[in-house]
Design a protein around this ligand. Sequence first.
Ligand code: SF4
Ligand code: SF4
Length: 430
Amino acid sequence: MLSRHGIRLLFQKEPAISRPTAELTQISQVILPFSFATEAAVVPAVSLYDTVNRGTPLAVIENDPLATVCSSVMGAVSGERIIQHPLYGTLNCAVIDCVPDVPAPEVPVLLPETITPELILETAERLDVIDELDGVPLILKLREWQETGCDFLVADGIEIEPYSSSAWAVLRDHAENVLEGLRLAALCIGAERYHIAVCLSGHRRRSIALRIGKEYLYQTDSYYPKADPVRYGKRDGRGTVKRSSRVYRIGVQACLALYRALYLGEVHSRCTVTVAGDAVPHPQNVSVPFGTTVQQVLEHCGLTEPPDYLVLGEQMTGTAALTSDVPILPGMTCILAFTAKAIRPVTTRTCIGCGRCVQACHKGLLPFEINRRYQNMHYERLASLSPHLCDGCNACSYICPCGIDLAAVIEEAKTAGNAISVEWKEDTDA
Ligand code: SF4
Ligand code: SF4
């Protein structure tokens, strides 16, 4: 359903959203890239048969120390592999055979009043806290926001796409700790106000609000992709957040990781992913060490045969994967496996000019016009339609009654503007 607040997608989060989160601790193997850096010189810091602990750096990168990846498990390096990751491209990886890791007792190592902004920065860097919203180290964001200043910090747990419920699972299990991690991040960057933004049904929202206080929970009134994690124009006890406010957002898993890093001295080594889709016998939220292969997680959820379609990320914005033998890395929060019968064949018709794609676009673009110009090879006119602003949210393709995959066309149109236009002249050599 399309409204001025966005597109209301069919709710597909059950049954994963209602099931407890599974903690996968007995993983046989993880595959971790030595680094995400593409240009810096990467020198592996471990070799074959070396023993590693959680937090052991796998490489040394002099020019870009933040690009170093640390081991997420205790184990022994058993090999090296180059993999083609659908989300991260070509990665040179260490293969680590895991040994059973006895979790350390959770003894707080710090008191809240002893934590300073400098300590938060130092800890986020040392213990590798990564924001699951985009896979970027949190330290980079905190440093930048410290410089620019921040009026409002939001922990983004909205998840309005149809399947994903990993943010909800983290909030359900750790709401108080997520809020404390958010408070620490806000303290670090000098943001006086902060809240957790969600898009949850009444009973789920109330259960979280009861635990953390309803002033810290904001229910968005928008749907995909227009949801705004900011309390624009709404009053709480402390006034109104204006549109001109400097508002930044981080993921709820990053908040939890920051809390655990500061209070428990724990390296950020795990993430929670939703595993769902009609090919999955037991859809569930699963907490795994980084580097666990998608295949191991699918098997845990009862999948015995390869699915017909595998998507890393959400239904609307995820990336199709050809193999499940790829690792789960920071920034992945959803894995979908479908059978062929779940995929509807789309019959495409000519645009009828209904304008629904324009209404759906949260970037204010004219998808039908970009499509028309592109199909008619009016490449020189594309630049003025700003296809480069498109973030590939797919809302226009989803809503188009004629089945036109506008998002795919716009992706191609982004580079078509650079096409060389040749002016044909009469051949004078003859
Ligand atoms: S895919 Fe691009 S053009 Fe289409 S609605 Fe999203 S941002 Fe707009
Ligand atoms: S939604 Fe589809 S049919 Fe309607 S104007 Fe856009 S491209 Fe044309």
